[in-house]
Every structure is written in C-alpha cells, then in structure tokens.
Design a protein around this ligand. Structure first.
Ligand code: NAD
Length: 483
C-alpha cells in the first residue's frame, strides 16, 4: 500500500458536494491512498465579504499538500468578485492546463467516433496577462506577452505528458504568420524542444486551419499545445465536439502545485436532487491519481467507470432512450462504478497508466552571452483627433532632433505616411517612428529625451513610447504593414 498522500479537497457549491462525495467514495473503493484535508471555497466565502472566494487559512492547506481536488463553485452575481480559478492558477503558478477530450461512441452521442485529443494550454501569459490601456479617446490596447521560459515550460510539459501517456504526436498551434515575434517565439521554442524527443512526432499548424481541421477530423490529432488564448477557446471546442462536456476533467499543473477539477460549473438548478453526473470530477481525480503516482488506483477507477458507461448505466444528462439501459442518480452511478471496480471495458479503449518516469531535464542551456542591444530609434504614440496623417506629419515638422528624424507614421499598424492614400481609414491613435537614416545607426537616450522635450514644447501629448532596439544586430521590432 502506497503511503497516504495528503490532498486538499473543496466540495464547492450547487451540485459540487454531491459529485465530490460520489468521487471520493469511488476513489476509496479503488484503494487510492489519500489523506484528505477539507477547505471551504466559493459562494459562502464570497458572501462573507471575501472577494477572492477563498479564506486565507485555506492557502496554508494548499501550500502544505500542493494537490487540490476542487468541485465547481458558484460565483455570485454582481461585480467585485474575483475568479477563484484565476486566483488559484496565478497564486500557485499553475502554468499548464491539461484537458483530455475523448468521445465514448457508441455509448455517448458524439459527432466524432474516434476522438481522443489532449489539449495542453499555456495558462499564465499571452493576452491574459491583463495588461490593457486606453490610448486615446477611440482606441484601447491589450498587450500580448510571450516569454521564452514560459514557452519552454509549457512545450516541455506537453512532450513529457506525451511520453508518460504513450502518446505518439504533439502538435503546436500558433498564428506566427501574422504575430511573427510573439507566436513566432512560441513556435521556435516548440521546434527546439521537439528535437529533444525524437520518438514523438511533432508538427505545427497555423491555428485557424488547425482549429478547422481539429473540429472536422479530430482523430488526426493526439496532444495539441497552444498559447493561452487559442487554448482557452479550442479546449472548449474540443470538449464540446467530443460530446463530453459533462464528462471531461481537467488538470492545472505547476512546478510545485496542481489542481484537478471537472470542466463544468456548479449547475445550481440540478443541486440536491441526486441527479448530477459525477464523471467530470471523477476523471479530474483520475488525472490527480496519475499525478501523485498512484497509477494502479487511477486505472481501476477509469476502467470501472468506462465499464459502467459501456453497460448503459447513465445519469440523465447522457441517457439516451434505446441505447442506455438504466437511468440512475449520482449515488447509484457511484455504486455502479464501485461494483465494476477491477473490470475492464470491452468496446471502449481500456485506460492504462504507468508509474511516473523521471522528467527529462531540459538541455542545459549553453552559456550564451546576453545579446548585444542597441537603441536605433523610438516609436511615439500620439492622439490626433483630426485623424489626418498628412496634417500630423506637417505638424511634426516643428519637431527636429538631429539624427532622429520622423521616418514613418502608421495607424493600427499600417503605414499611412509618407505615401499614404486617402482611402485608408484612420483612427485617432497614430504611431510615429523616429529612427536614424541607417537601420543600425545608434541613437542615444539623450536624443530620445531631447525628442520628447521638443514634442512637449510643440504641444504634443505623447501617450506611449516604445524603444526600437536591435538584438545582436537584428531588429527587436516589426516593420509596419506596407513599409
Ligand atoms: P454549468 O456547467 O454549471 O451548467 C451548464 C449546463 O450543464 C446546465 O444545464 C447543467 O444542468 C448541466 N450540467 C453541468 N454539469 C452537470 C453535471 N455534472 N451533471 C449533469 N448536468 C450538468 O454552467 P452554468 O450554468 O453556466 O454555471 C453555473 C455556475 O457555475 C455559475 O455560477 C458559474 O460561475 C459556475 N462555474 C464554475 C466553474 C468552476 O468552478 N470551475 C466553471 C464554470 C462555471
């Protein structure tokens, strides 16, 4: 018997307590060796005036056990309440969201009989860093951040997951034909790390056509790794088209802590009626058992559950007249799984888990000197209510700093001066690029300060600046469209 692993459990709101009780009973019957510590989260905590929905003392438990099995919660209506999931994810550094999306044909209705895709979504970066600004009267922006260490962690996690679970291929989705620097970095890191796993196939798709292919032919994919935004959207699409939204579990993994849950919410209208399907949370718990290295228990639970599904014992949400054999409530469904513990499914693919293999360490980065950086210009963002770039260029003639001339003006990324055309629509937010005549002519901070001083003297409101820097001689910025 494995030594008991401490885990933190929260029963949540709505159907949460019922599905958690069912799940815990099944885990116990499977011989999972757990030492439970229960915390309170969700609606009651929010309504006591705690805007995070989790009491400070609960963090002590989470920091001690580092493993969190969480039932869904209800976020009260009205503003001011922070998403508990986002808080937990950020506080505990849970950078990977893992969601297996599987169809269970012919026992659960699905459009895709052979779907078995795992979405690995980056959880901390991208447009979700929450860095947004109102630039002008008419324009706002959101900054998309992609870091090399953040990309390395998630891509390596996807390959390690594939290795541990005997998956054959890892696919990467990005839009690096447009976002050459941000998505380009994610793709580059993917290619570098893929080379360290020669036994696992790898491929990259542009996210739009990749998403279309996934929705149409999901059996062409195995594990798919993506930056945050694409992963958020496509993990829901994948779960939905598998036909298993109510059956899907997910894991949020960090270097030190991990959280496991169902992907559905607290379904308050179904609460306290012994109706809810505990499968999503149960499959979340299976991911947890694999994570805490109890693969035998994970296999018993998963296969007993598959066998129950296969034998037509279904809760109301997946019950189909003519196909299902018995409609059961939450408790009876748990009993049915427990009764089938140790059995394996006949038609559905049996689950097979092995003990955790040591994680492959990343190739030690060869000590590289930090790149040589060189300031070559500055972008100044201005509000210009008349929205006429030629008039703006005319006004900017008053601004003159030696060695730092105005080179282009762009609007929403498109070059509109010099040589713009009147047909182009402009907003009130312009980017004015000041750079040396030669692309690699060094500009000093003093020149930039002098430029800003002249701008202020001439009455311009600069709303934002971005330095144009070369890294080892290569531009660390993109050209404008049309430049
Ligand atoms: P929901 O997922 O709770 O319910 C959507 C539909 O699916 C409902 O018709 C419900 O009856 C059904 N359903 C969901 N889970 C089921 C299950 N296990 N068995 C049977 N039927 C099930 O989504 P919602 O109604 O939009 O949200 C309800 C509450 O849940 C909201 O307060 C929301 O904020 C919260 N929520 C929490 C989480 C979480 O804690 N991770 C996630 C999503 C939503």
């Amino acid at each position: 018997m494995a030594s008991k692993i401490p885990i933190t459990v929260a029963h949540g709101d709505g159907i949460g307590p019922e599905i958690m009780n069912a799940t815990l009973r099944i885990l116990e019957a499977a011989g999972a060796s757990l030492d439970l510590d229960t915390i309170e989260i969700g609606e009651k905590v929010y309504l006591r005036g705690n805007t995070a929905g989790i009491a400070p003392s609960a963090w002590d438990s989470l920091r001690r056990t580092k493993v969190f099995l969480k039932a869904p919660i209800t976020t009260p209506q009205g503003g001011g309440f922070k998403s508990l999931n986002v808080t937990t994810r950020k506080t505990l550094g849970l950078y990977a969201n893992v969601r297996p999306c599987v169809s269970y044909h012919p026992f659960v209705q699905t459009r895709h009989e052979k779907m078995d895709v795992v979405i690995v979504r980056e959880n901390e970066e991208d447009l979700y860093a929450g860095i947004e600004y109102r630039l002008t009267n008419n324009e706002v922006e959101c900054i998309k951040l992609i870091s090399r260490p953040g990309s390395e962690k998630i891509v390596r996690y996807a390959f390690e997951y594939a290795k541990q679970h005997n998956r054959k291929k890892v696919t990467c989705f990005t839009k690096d034909n447009i976002m050459k620097m941000t998505d380009g970095l994610f793709h580059k890191v993917f290619d570098e790390i893929a080379a360290e796993y020669p036994d696992i196939q790898n491929e990259h798709w542009i996210v739009d056509i990749g998403a279309a292919k996934m929705a149409d032919t999901p059996e062409a994919f195995d594990v798919i790794v993506m930056p945050n935004l694409y992963g958020d959207i496509l993990s829901d699409v994948a779960a939905q088209i598998a036909g298993s939204v109510g059956l899907a579990g997910s894991a949020n993994i960090g270097d030190r802590c991990a959280m496991f849950e169902a992907i559905h919410g607290s379904a308050p209208r179904r609460a306290n009626q012994n109706l809810a399907n505990p499968s999503g949370l149960l499959l979340g718990a299976v991911l947890m058992l694999v994570h805490i290295d109890q693969p035998e228990a994970a296999e018993r639970v998963h296969n007993g559950w598959l066998k129950t599904l296969e034998e037509g014992v279904h809760t109301y949400d997946v019950y189909t007249e003519g196909q299902s054999k018995q409609k059961v409530g939450t408790k009876e469904f748990a009993d049915a799984v427990i009764a089938r513990m140790g059995k394996t499914p006949q038609t559905l693919k049996a689950a097979k888990y092995s003990h955790r293999q040591p994680r492959q360490a990343g190739k030690a980065a060869t000590a590289q000197a930090a790149p040589r950086t060189q300031l070559v210009g500055i972008d100044l963002f201005l509000e210009w209510p008349s929205r006429d770039p030629n008039q703006l260029a005319q006004a900017l003639r008053k601004v003159n700093v030696d060695g730092l001339p105005l080179s282009i003006i762009s609007n929403r990324g498109l070059k509109v001066w010099p040589d713009g055309i009147p047909e182009t629509f402009c907003t009130d937010s312009f980017r004015c690029r000041f750079a040396g005549k030669q692309q690699d002519a060094t500009v000093t901070q003093r020149q930039v300060i002098a430029l800003l001083q002249t701008m202020a003297d001439a009455g311009f409101d600069v709303v934002k600046t971005e330095a144009l820097r070369n890294f080892d001689g290569k531009p660390g910025y993109t050209l404008s469209q049309g430049e």
